[in-house]
Design a protein around this ligand. Structure first.
Ligand SMILES: [Zn+2]
Length: 80
């Protein structure tokens, strides 16, 4: 699985990533930082993306989604 940094690098190249706000996570109460940047290439070029960093909830959600995709792959659900 790609890390958040790798993913950002791919999407944003050298575009600056700015911190727009920090707040408490609704899931775990940890302080999270909302990062924002402009996508520099691809079909979503020019769009702003935001990502929360600082707690595990968002990473866990992504990991769960990856697992679901993997299971679909293994069981052939993707052909349905
Ligand atoms: Zn959290």
């Amino acid at each position: 699985m790609k890390s958040f940094k790798d993913e950002l690098k791919e999407l944003l190249g050298t575009n600056p990533v700015v911190e727009v706000e920090s707040r408490s996570c609704e899931g775990c109460g940890e302080k999270v930082i909302v990062m924002e940047a402009n996508i520099f290439a691809g079909p979503r070029k020019g769009e702003k993306i935001q990502r929360e960093v600082g707690c595990k909830c968002f990473e866990l959600a992504e990991a769960r989604q990856a697992l679901v995709n993997h299971k679909k792959f293994l069981t052939g659900d993707r052909y349905e």
